[in-house]
Design a protein around this ligand. Structure first.
Ligand code: ADP
Length: 253
């Protein structure tokens, strides 16, 4: 899409020529359309839990909830409020990345420490699933932006737990070989059908919307991961077989 800007050239009050400027506005229009779509999606995602919270509170207020059901209904309100908190956090992170805030400071970071730290934070959510860390190589200390790296590792491990079987396994492998450096997060979960594999990194894209919602997903995690990976100067790929599991691999070099 091009925008034409025409300016007449005047000499002694007469038009003697014109300056034509063609500006390619395709990218700008695409950005604006994506932004509009994002805002519409966010509004919709915010409204759903808010409507539930308001509905549950109303039936409680009106005395329609039997005393023995109060705990269950309060639990539903709590879950929906948690969804809102996660969603608002994700949306804030996305707008931070959108603004192109790149002045994150770099420091010496040990990838193994980051993985172990995320494992500890996710231990409770993992419940009966096992999280195993494998190391192939010697040192994993490098200059990077720690907060972004943590976010990438955490989101991938969180998904590997969420989309896993009840007693499934998560294997995080850190590797350094043949000049390649990186890590992979493998699960024994539901897998991602091939036709969806390209799209899962899009904002709000979910393979199974109801399942993702049930487990507290916002559909924003992988888009944050993708953005984060590019900020870190790395690459991400996915390898998945339906009903067997998925492996997400992040590499540098
Ligand atoms: P969500 O908050 O829904 O988990 P994400 O952006 O993190 O959103 O992921 C997008 C979708 O990709 C998920 O809804 C799910 O359908 C799919 N997905 C992500 N990670 C995995 C995984 N490890 N195994 C299977 N499906 C996955």
């Amino acid at each position: 899409v091009r925008q034409l800007i025409a300016n007449p050239v005047l000499e002694d009050g007469k038009v003697t020529g014109a300056v034509l400027l063609l500006v390619d506005v395709t990218e700008k229009m695409q950005r604006e359309s994506l932004r509009r779509e994002f805002t519409a999606n966010v509004s919709h995602e915010l409204r759903t839990p808010l409507t539930s919270i308001s509905g549950f509170a109303e039936i409680m207020q009106d005395g329609y909830v039997k005393p023995e059901d109060v705990k269950r209904v309060a639990g539903k309100i709590y879950d929906e409020a948690q969804r809102l908190i996660t969603l608002v956090g994700d949306v804030m992170e996305i707008s931070r990345l959108d603004e192109g805030i790149t002045e994150y400071k770099k420091e010496r970071v040990d990838l193994l420490d980051v993985v172990e730290d995320c494992k500890e934070r996710l231990q409770e959510a993992a419940d009966r699933k096992e999280i195993q860390v494998e190391v192939i190589g010697q040192s994993f200390v490098f200059e990077t932006t720690k907060t972004i790296l943590e976010e990438v590792v955490y989101n991938l491990m969180d998904n590997a737990i969420k989309y896993n079987k009840e007693q499934g396994k998560v294997t995080v492998r850190i590797f350094q070989k043949d000049g390649e450096f990186g890590f992979s997060v493998k699960d024994t979960g539901i897998g991602i059908p091939l036709i969806h594999q390209d799209r899962i990194f899009e904002r709000f894209y979910r393979v199974d919307k109801s399942r993702s919602k049930e487990i507290g997903g916002t559909g924003l995690g992988l888009s944050i991961v993708k953005h984060g990976v590019s900020c870190l100067g790395a690459k991400i790929s996915v390898d998945s077989i339906q009903d067997e599991g998925s492996t997400f691999t992040v590499t540098w070099g």
